[in-house]
Every structure is written in structure tokens, then in C-alpha cells.
Design a protein around this ligand. Structure first.
Ligand SMILES: C[S@@+](CC[C@H](N)C(=O)[O-])C[C@H]1O[C@@H](n2cnc3c(N)ncnc32)[C@H](O)[C@@H]1O
Length: 376
């Protein structure tokens, strides 16, 4: 009998993800072609180091498992008789994958199955098999230790790890099923959106400077999980600071006058004062620091994506794409939804958790980065 994964949970609520939008595959083809081609190339390089069949895990394949589904020959060579395991937390995406892979001829070469329970997948007894499993990677990796040769997380990791401290936890979890010398590939947006998390902590520490003893923070920006809570300063905090799903901060304190005048002196701009409450935007476009450190890079990131779409996306998709992009960008400049980390942050976390960086590739076409690392 296979073991049951100890942390398995059923996901009931999902935040909207652009991969669930039917336009996503066209969008991905128009914008991620270089990231995807680097992905296949780097996996080939990483997996060619050792002989034998390979077990490759793809976290967050999306409904068409790009670029794997379009490269059956490359996949066959990469796996060399081994197995491809596709993990996605979205049940609708998992339901679409088998038929799509069949339409691309994969059923002629591979046994395509769905794993419908919470058991670990043990690839040691499988050959030329594609396993599709609905799984939230925040709960760890559902495989025996040292059973996997490569894990790919292409534009999926930032959905799993809104907070910087989660990144190392995720990489530590990823190491468990990886064999020594196995590879972890990350494909991510080449932009630092973790500024919003730093801004929450900065706002709390700026209040400590106003002789506040401690601040309890509750961050409800992520629809996927209950509000994240932590404190800064003394645990017997006198200030409660809540970040709402729309990126507004409310600060509760008996002496609104003192706290607000201190914040104004510390260059905070937009603020609404109520009875024992101060309300302000987490990211304030009127604050030079927020503007330069988040709004400018986020705009540049989405402008580069828009340019790729204008060049490569069929015009019949342009209206739908503009709507999706506008929504994502306006959320990102408010510090909500997308949480890309800088490549430096990712590499630091990889190194401290026991990976060696093999190669970092910044795409020429678009604002993306591929990072190939080796489990030491
Ligand atoms: C933007 S898509 C990327 C699709 C594909 N990897 C590509 O390169 O085009 C992100 C995928 O990650 C999945 N995903 C997001 N968070 C996840 C999680 N915590 N566990 C598993 N899958 C997740 C989403 O459902 C979605 O299919």
C-alpha cells in the first residue's frame, strides 16, 4: 500500500489565476516562447548528466502543459523511458489535460493516467507514464524521498509563495523527493514585486518610531489562505494593522493624532483619519519610494508583456488580453495578486537550502528569467 501524504488537504477556494482564463494558452505562446524554449534546453542540459530513465515533475502545467505538449520528441528524449508527473491545484485544469495531451499524440507513446487520491506517487514502478494529479504544492511534494530527477516550476512558483520566508520553505520541501544531482528549474517574471511585503513591515516599524510599543499585522491580500498574522515590536501590541484584499491598510490606535502626524513626518502621503482609525493605501503612488521601487518596475514589466502581445498575439485576442493585463497590472501596482521575487532573492534562497546555481538566463524577448539549479 502506498503511504498517504501527511499534509494533504483539499483546496476549496482558489484565487483567480490567469491560467484559468481560456485566453491563457494563446497568451503564453505569445509571451513565454523564449522562457519555454530555455526551459526545454536547460532541462536537457541538467538531465543529460546521468544515464537512465528520468522522472520529471511539472508544477502548475496549465491546461495545455506548455511547452511540453508541443515538443513530444524532446519530452520522449528527456524522459528516456521514465515518467512525466503534472501537478496542478486547479481541478478544471487537471480535467482538461488528458484530452489535450491525447490530441497531441502523447497517448500513442505514454500511458496517461489521473491520480485521484491523496496517496504518494511512487514513480519507481512506472515507465513511459504521464500522471496528472490535482495537488497544491503548498502542501509539499507527494513523492517518496530521492525518487525524482527534475522539478520544473515555470510561472507557477510565485503563486505558491507570496511571502519571502515561504520561498526557502518551498525549496526545502522540493529537495526531499529530488535525487542527489537532480535539477530544479524556475521560470519567473524578472521583476521584484516583494516590495509590497517589505512595505508592510516598514509601515509597522515606522509606527514603532512613534513610540508605539508593538504592531499586530494581519494581511488578508491572499484569497487562497486565511489572513497571515505576525507582529513587530512588543507582543503586547497596542496597534492593530490590517491589510485588506484590495491593498488598503487600516491602523487602529487610540491616539490617531500622534500616529498620523508621525507618519506624515515620515513622508506618508495619502491618509484618511477616522475615530481611532487611520486608513491609507499600502502602495501610495504619491510616495516617491513606492513609486520608484514598485510602480515603475511593475509598469515596465507589463509594458514589455504588452509589446510581446502586440507582436505575437492574434489580434482577435487583443481586447480580451488588454482587459486581463489591465486587471493584473492595476492589482500589482497596489501590491496585490502577483508576488514575483528578484532573481537575486530566488538564488539566495536556493543556495541557503542546498542547491547550486547552474545557470541564470534572462530572456531577450520579454521580462522573464530561467534559473537552473542542482540539488547538492
Ligand atoms: C501561469 S500558469 C503556468 C502554466 C505553465 N507552467 C506555463 O509555463 O505556461 C500557473 C499554473 O500554476 C498553477 N498553480 C498555482 N498555484 C499552485 C499551487 N499552489 N499548486 C499547484 N499548482 C499551482 C495554476 O493553476 C496554473 O496552472
Amino acid at each position: 500500500m502506498p503511504d498517504t501524504h501527511p499534509n494533504s488537504v483539499v483546496v476549496h477556494s482558489l484565487k483567480p489565476d490567469i491560467a484559468a482564463n481560456p485566453i491563457y494558452p494563446a497568451l503564453a505562446r505569445a509571451t513565454l516562447f523564449e522562457l519555454h524554449s530555455n526551459l526545454l534546453n536547460l532541462l536537457g542540459k541538467g538531465l543529460s548528466q546521468q544515464p537512465g530513465p528520468k522522472n520529471l515533475v511539472v508544477v502548475g502545467p496549465g491546461s495545455e502543459a506548455l511547452p511540453f505538449s508541443e515538443n513530444i520528441e524532446v519530452v520522449t528524449t528527456l524522459l528516456n523511458g521514465g515518467n512525466l508527473i503534472l501537478l496542478d491545484y486547479n481541478p478544471d485544469i487537471c480535467a482538461l489535460l488528458p484530452a489535450y495531451l491525447e490530441s497531441k499524440g502523447f497517448a500513442l507513446r505514454f500511458n496517461i493516467t489521473r491520480s485521484q487520491n491523496d496517496n504518494l506517487i511512487d514513480p519507481s514502478g512506472l515507465h513511459n507514464t504521464i500522471v496528472i494529479k490535482q495537488w497544491n504544492i503548498a502542501n509539499g511534494f507527494p513523492f517518496p524521498d530521492s525518487s525524482i530527477d527534475a522539478i520544473d516550476m515555470t510561472v507557477s512558483m510565485h503563486h505558491v509563495t507570496p511571502y519571502t520566508s515561504d520561498i526557502s520553505d518551498l525549496f526545502r520541501q522540493a529537495r526531499k523527493p529530488l535525487k542527489p544531482g537532480a535539477v530544479l528549474h524556475l521560470g519567473e517574471g524578472d521583476v521584484d514585486m516583494k516590495y509590497s511585503e517589505r512595505k508592510i513591515n516598514k509601515l509597522a516599524s515606522d509606527m514603532l518610531d512613534a513610540r508605539v510599543r508593538g504592531v499586530w499585522i494581519s494581511d488578508a491580500r491572499n484569497a487562497d489562505s486565511p489572513p497571515r498574522q505576525w507582529h513587530i515590536g512588543n507582543e503586547t501590541a497596542e496597534v492593530a494593522m490590517k491589510v485588506s484584499p484590495t491593498g488598503m491598510v487600516s491602523i487602529h490606535h487610540a491616539d490617531v493624532e500622534t500616529v498620523s502626524s508621525h507618519l506624515l513626518k515620515s513622508h506618508y502621503k495619502q491618509m484618511h483619519l477616522g475615530d481611532e482609525t487611520i486608513v491609507l493605501p499600502l502602495i501610495d503612488h504619491a510616495m516617491e519610494e513606492d513609486f520608484q521601487n514598485l510602480i515603475v518596475p511593475v509598469r515596465a514589466y507589463y509594458e514589455a508583456i504588452a509589446e510581446l502581445c502586440l507582436q505575437h498575439l492574434d489580434p482577435s485576442y487583443h481586447t480580451e488580453f488588454s482587459k486581463a493585463l489591465f486587471k493584473e497590472q492595476s492589482d500589482a501596482v497596489r501590491g496585490i495578486v502577483e508576488y514575483y521575487s528578484s532573481p537575486a532573492t530566488l538564488c539566495d534562497a536556493l543556495i541557503t537550502t542546498g542547491f547550486k546555481i547552474d545557470e541564470i538566463r534572462h530572456t531577450i524577448n520579454g521580462p522573464f528569467v530561467n534559473i537552473l539549479s542542482i540539488n547538492q
